[in-house]
Design a binder for this molecule. Structure first.
Ligand SMILES: [Zn+2]
Length: 168
């Protein structure tokens, strides 16, 4: 079956196009079923997004084989995030309400967070960063990208393409 082209009205498809064009500065890697990138907020450090290559809004729309591979890769990405950022707890979320294109939020919860007892969405400071478009310093994001790429390779997931420039 032919891969559908990017959906021009989909935010996640636009992000993927920017990654492929080399202008998305939080990208880490393209795997067999999706794209790994940093969320880039000031915290939690290493907050990772794993978006499917295909523009679908539900897991079952990937078909059985691709879904299985995607879930396997998602587990490996989460394992890499855990290894790279040493959280007190990993949070996994597949929401997709504002952009109807599957993208996992893989969130390594850090011991310094003010609201560690609940999801990040209950933390007003986190929400404030999100609404205001605050990001971590460039050097931090670039450090996280390198750490995550190293960890992805260590867990043995197939990296089709990485977007971390040599020398970072
Ligand atoms: Zn899309």
């Amino acid at each position: 079956m032919a891969m559908p082209g990017p959906n021009k009205s989909c935010f996640t498809c636009q992000v993927i196009e920017a990654i492929e064009a080399g202008v998305q500065t939080q990208a880490v890697a393209r795997l067999r079923t999706g794209y790994v990138s940093l969320f880039g907020l000031p915290y939690p450090a290493g907050y990772t997004i794993f978006a499917t290559k295909r523009c679908v809004s539900e897991l079952h729309e990937l078909g059985k084989e691709t879904r299985s591979l995607h879930l396997q890769e998602m587990g490996q990405v989460a394992e890499a995030v855990y290894a790279a950022f040493q959280p007190v707890k990993m949070n996994y979320e597949l929401l997709g309400n504002s952009t109807r294109h599957i993208h996992w939020h893989l969130i390594p919860r850090q011991p310094t967070e003010p609201k560690l007892g609940g999801p990040v969405w209950e933390d007003q400071q986190f929400l404030d960063h999100l609404r205001r478009g605050r990001t971590a310093p460039r050097v931090e994001i670039d450090k996280w990208r390198v750490q995550l790429l190293v960890a992805l390779r260590a867990v043995g997931v197939t990296v089709e393409q990485d977007y971390v420039q040599p020398g970072l």
